[in-house]
Design a binder for this molecule. Structure first.
Ligand SMILES: NC(=O)C1=CN([C@@H]2O[C@H](COP(=O)(O)OP(=O)(O)OC[C@H]3O[C@@H](n4cnc5c(N)ncnc54)[C@H](O)[C@@H]3O)[C@@H](O)[C@H]2O)C=CC1
Ligand SMILES: O=C(CO)COP(=O)(O)O
Length: 322
């Protein structure tokens, strides 16, 4: 299976970075955005990746019709927009690979992006791309590794071959649930670690929250049918470590601002949108996720940070691996 023409839907930071990665891999690339006039005028995405020139032979369009004939389409818009965005691709050929790159759960349905795709665009062959990767790093060609999952191993590998280059190394996987669970929940957990950093509660607390957050990730993964090994990989542990340790992460920075008592920046924070859904899903499945629940309570304005920390620290003592 040769995937030569790659379309990217969503000209934000990550969509533009992935378009650059595909171009570097030698593919014919079309980047779609709702308003691409500034990119056309300046040759770069000044809003999201200033200072990084886009190659002149990368097609940039605001017409969705230009992308539906691609060999594979990457969806790189916020999770809460995936349903309406993929519905706009109704003209695709049967079994066109559609790669979901958003990290979150849909509010109102608790669905993962690939489940949304299956409902909203049945002809698509779903795939997922996730892992520890800041857009600016990928755009600058710094070494990065991600996971690409599809039900069919051949499709996962074809996508890896289409997007991989000497600076961007995708690993093939068939566990789409595990890859999506890792990406969605690590954002919520990163908010918790950001809050602890903003409150200056110490590096020990940050490490403890990261490790106990990973325990939550593994529990919800098991309940949803993810393979444990997937969560040990790039899209689970790898992305959790990245996002929980760097103010470059919008989720971490959002927590940092909350912890300092500041107003968070007005940027996309997927973990804030997903936190309440994640809490509801865990509750419905009977999975114990105290950190996720406290993040949801803080984000939704139900409790203050000191109350959330007190609630976490006063839980009954238990065995670590329970
Ligand atoms: N920025 C990063 O380093 C990474 C981001 N991601 C994920 O990628 C997803 C997108 O994030 P970013 O690109 O960083 O966000 P962003 O805020 O930079 O860009 C989002 C883009 O989506 C566009 N958009 C919103 N609604 C749309 C719609 N209905 N139709 C078409 N375009 C629409 C916006 O105009 C904007 O250009 C998120 O789920 C994020 O978690 C994943 C890995 C890395
Ligand atoms: O997912 C990411 C890195 O892998 C980006 O994280 P933020 O959305 O928190 O910036």
């Amino acid at each position: 299976m040769k995937l030569e023409r790659i379309a990217v839907v969503g000209a934000g930071a990550w969509g533009t970075a992935l378009a650059l990665a595909a171009h570097r891999a030698g593919r014919e690339v079309t980047l779609y955005g709702r308003d691409v006039s500034d990119i056309h005028a300046t040759g770069e995405n000044r809003e999201h990746l200033p200072g990084i020139a886009l190659p002149p032979d990368m097609a940039v369009t605001d017409r969705l019709g230009d992308v539906i004939t691609a060999d594979a389409i990457l969806i790189v818009t916020p999770t809460q927009t995936v349903r309406s965005v993929v519905a706009g691709l109704a003209g695709i050929a049967d079994d066109t690979p559609v790669v979901l790159c958003a990290k979150g759960l849909e509010r109102g349905t608790e669905l993962r992006p690939t489940e949304v795709l299956e409902q909203a665009l049945p002809p698509a062959a779903p795939a997922v791309l996730s892992g520890p990767s800041f857009a600016v790093d990928v755009a600058r060609g710094l070494p990065t590794a991600v996971t690409i999952a599809a039900a069919e191993p051949k499709l996962a590998m074809a996508l890896c071959q289409a997007l991989g280059s000497s600076s961007f190394r995708p690993y093939a996987e068939t566990d789409m649930i595990g890859v999506e669970v890792g990406g969605a929940f690590k954002n919520v957990l990163a908010i918790a670690v950001g809050i602890v950093a903003g409150r200056a509660l110490g590096a020990s607390a940050a490490a403890a929250l990261t490790a106990r957050g990973f325990a939550e990730l593994r529990r919800i993964g098991a309940a949803l049918g993810a393979r444990p090994d997937t969560l040990m990989g790039l899209s689970g542990l790898g992305d959790l470590v990245l996002t929980c340790s760097s103010p470059q992460s919008r989720n971490f920075s959002y927590g940092l601002a909350l912890g300092r008592g500041e107003v968070p920046a007005h940027v996309l924070v997927e973990g804030a949108a997903t936190a309440a859904v994640a809490r509801a899903l865990a509750l419905r499945l009977g999975v114990d996720m105290p950190i996720t629940a406290q993040v949801a309570a803080v984000v939704e304005g139900e409790i203050d940070i000191d109350g959330a920390m007190a609630a976490l620290m006063s839980r009954p003592l238990k065995h670590e691996t329970e």
